[in-house]
Design a protein around this ligand. Structure first.
Ligand SMILES: [Mn+2]
Length: 332
């Protein structure tokens, strides 16, 4: 069991252990979190491709499908909804802090004798025999880039693309405060290895389904504010998704768009899904910590980007969380 990593040197110190663990496995099952993003899919595909280079058999599973804007990545069909085999000797879970975030594929890991966790979220449950967790890292793909570069195994341009897409999406196109000099150095190395940054930026950010753009338009016309417009939020009822033909995936990025209100210090979207579950995405500027608010409701994440879910009605969930966010703003 390894604690949280504080520095790149410490991370590099785990490279040999990482490689030994992968190299001694016969068949590996790789998974990441529900509603996978660029970092989840990028890290899953990168580890799978790296294992293939090492001659190790592996499968990738996810409880949810690959989002439309990541389908341009080569080999995305490697991500399956269920494992192809019954037996694995190593499980690797990426970009998540809790086994529950695996959703229904969680049970696939019950009988696997060894588990590796690579992540940059604040740890909760701390599962895993080998844990490579660095909360200061901008992306799980950044951790993997440090572990894979200089490993003696030459990275393919596909792997470079997988790693870059995770760094790109988790840093919001290199705009969020987690864009460190080191993440830019890694990006430069990955581009040298053949990652195509302009294509990636175009595919990920500027090519959305028309329903997603219509949903964004609705959100931008219907958001609410309080506390002198320092809190900005929108609720997306199920009927709007139905009217516009939009899906949950189409909410991607909306919360960041409403955070562009100049006076906003916290932004939130609350969305209702068909099963009656309410999910919230929280974003904040500067030193405002929305992860602590999310934790009050059983959610979590990072200081400036967190998530939460409710089983109550949309209006009850809205009332509760808006109150908590207002208290958070009032006390900071
Ligand atoms: Mn991530």
């Amino acid at each position: 069991m390894t604690g949280t990593i504080q520095s790149i040197e410490e991370l590099k110190g785990l490279q040999a252990q990482f490689l030994t663990e992968l190299g001694s496995a016969r068949r590996v099952l790789i998974a990441s979190h529900l509603n996978p993003d660029g970092d989840a899919i990028g890290s899953s595909l990168a580890v799978a491709a790296f294992l293939t280079l090492m001659g190790v058999d592996c499968d990738v599973v996810n409880a949810d499908p690959v989002p439309e804007n990541l389908k341009f990545l080569p080999g995305v069909n490697r991500v399956k909804s269920a494992p192809a085999h019954d037996e694995y000797d190593l499980g690797i879970i990426l970009d998540l802090d809790s086994m529950n975030r695996l959703g229904r594929v969680r049970d696939c890991f019950n009988d696997i004798p060894r588990l590796m966790v690579i992540d940059h979220h604040v740890p909760h449950e701390q599962p895993g025999d080998l844990r490579i967790v660095m909360t200061g890292a901008p992306a799980t793909c950044a951790l993997l880039a440090d572990l894979m570069l200089g490993s003696g195994i030459p990275l393919t341009s596909d792997i470079a693309n997988y790693l870059l897409v995770g760094i790109l999406t988790d840093t919001g196109n290199f705009r969020f405060p987690n864009t460190t000099p080191h993440s830019l150095h890694l990006a430069a190395e990955l581009i040298e290895l053949g990652a195509d940054l302009p294509k990636m930026a175009e595919e990920v950010y500027h090519r959305k389904p028309i329903e997603a753009v219509r949903l964004l338009g609705w959100a931008l016309s219907n958001f609410k504010t309080s506390m002198n417009d320092s809190l900005v939020w929108v609720t997306l009822p199920l009927r709007i998704f139905e009217e516009l033909g939009a899906s949950d995936q189409d909410t991607e990025g909306i919360v960041n768009e409403i955070l562009s209100v100049g006076s906003a210090r916290i932004a939130m979207i609350l969305r209702e899904s068909a099963g009656g579950r309410i999910r919230g995405s929280l974003r904040s500027r500067g030193s405002i910590n929305v992860a602590t608010v999310a934790q009050q409701f059983g959610g979590g994440g990072h200081a400036n980007a967190a998530g939460v879910s409710f089983t109550s009605s949309l209006s009850a969930a809205e009332e509760e969380i808006v109150k908590a966010l207002e208290e958070c703003l009032a006390s900071s």
